[in-house]
Design a protein around this ligand. Structure first.
Ligand code: PLP
Length: 380
């Protein structure tokens, strides 16, 4: 009998809870946005991620676009970010006419190389975006210090990092803005969704308007104005209530599922460690300051990635590579500035990600016995 493929990701659903919530929604007759479940999700985020204010959006991409709008960027303003990230991190700013300035990542945990930030700052620099890759963080205190000294905004692309911490404080609570993703590939999901977290009070009022097509409908819903109208730029950025009602049970179970993911991550780490000593691969460095959430388990191979991925695929384990560096892409070359980038080019050719999701029936003891056996076979 052919062995079933272990998928790279298996998005969880809470069917009973979703159906119960849907029945509640039907009684409330508000399926569109900014209603009962949106408020519950926002409350959960503010409480658990220690953020001042949050806005549910239809994606992390939308949240990044909102941040770019709120910053009022002008043509050719510059935004420093790593090249090793998803396209939306950069595209959101390009849509405003600004230029991403790509810098390198560190080899320890693939976060932005903070030593390169100051050198990339010019008079046109308006913001720094840090991406908490795989739910790990850079030394945020140091980046915050630079941002403060140079009067530059800080944005955390926290698409990977819900319930991960820097010095015991949740990621998402450090920047002027942070953005979350609830895409099905993330630790908690609603198919596709996101949130903009705002820690800088001065952006809160306008964020409510920009999310709602540039209208003051939020004030209208609170009886603060007699009718709502067009008051600013904006778009339809909100998450719909049906998806928020799907997401809320995921958030309620988020802590438990994060623990499961971290324990699966630790099982991989335990097995791969010996191959670091033997010189076949590298693993992320676990820093005292960064407490990850088991979003991605990756290894950096010394060579022959294609052979390695094919070897595991043939044995029913779906391993994947990750980002293609943005500075090398067609749009990246057209719209951005790139600094000296070495690690990004190198790592992107050598990284391999293993399946990880919060299901110990599939990623079981037996599964890890198989991984152990296959690693011995591959590296014999
Ligand atoms: C670092 C990063 N930022 C932003 C995004 C965009 O997220 P979404 O699909 O929710 O728009 C992704 C998607 O995976 C990502 O990896």
């Amino acid at each position: 009998m052919k062995k079933k493929m272990i998928p790279f990701n298996k998005a969880k659903t809470y069917d009973q809870e979703f159906l119960r919530n849907f029945r509640i929604l039907k009684k409330k007759t508000n399926y569109s946005a900014c209603g009962y479940y949106t408020k519950k999700c926002e409350k959960w985020i503010n409480r658990n991620l220690k953020t001042k204010f949050s806005v549910m959006t239809h994606s992390c991409t939308a949240a990044l676009e909102m941040a770019a709008l709120l910053l009022d960027l002008k043509k050719n303003d510059e935004v420093i970010m790593p090249s090793y990230t998803f396209v939306s991190t950069a595209n959101a700013f390009v849509l405003r006419g600004a230029k991403p300035v790509f810098i390198d990542i560190n080899v320890e945990n693939l976060n932005i190389d903070i030593n390169q930030i100051e050198k990339a700052i010019t008079k046109k620099t308006k913001a720094i975006v840090i991406v908490h890759y795989a739910g790990m963080s850079c030394e945020i205190d140091k980046v915050k210090k630079i941002a403060k000294k140079r009067n530059i905004y800080l944005i955390e692309d926290a698409a990977h990092s819900i319930l991960a911490y820097y010095k015991n404080k949740p990621l998402g609570s450090f920047g002027d803005f942070a953005t979350l993703s609830f895409h099905e590939s993330k630790n908690m999901h609603c198919g596709q969704g996101g949130a903009l977290l705002i820690n800088n009070q001065k952006f809160i009022r306008r964020a409510k308007i920009i999310r709602d097509k540039g209208t003051n409908r939020d004030q209208f819903s609170k009886n603060l104005v007699s009718k709502y109208s067009w008051v600013d730029v904006g778009s339809s950025f909100a998450l719909n209530e049906i998806l928020a009602s799907f997401l809320y049970p995921q958030l309620e179970k988020a802590k438990k599922n994060t623990k499961i993911r971290v324990s699966i991550w630790n099982s991989y780490y335990g097995l791969f460690k010996k191959y670091v000593k033997k010189g076949y691969l590298d693993l992320p460095t676990q820093n005292d300051y960064s407490q990850h959430n088991g979003h991605i388990f990756f290894v950096i191979l010394k060579n022959k990635r294609k052979d390695f991925i094919n070897f595991f695929k043939k044995r029913g384990i779906n391993c994947l590579f990750h980002y293609t560096p943005l500075h090398n892409s067609i749009a990246g070359k057209k719209f951005s500035i790139s600094k000296k980038i070495i690690n990004t080019n190198d790592i992107s050719n050598r990284i391999v990600r293993f399946p990880i999701f919060s299901d110990k029936k599939i990623l079981s003891k037996k599964y890890f016995e198989e991984i152990k056996f296959y690693l011995e076979e591959y590296f014999k």
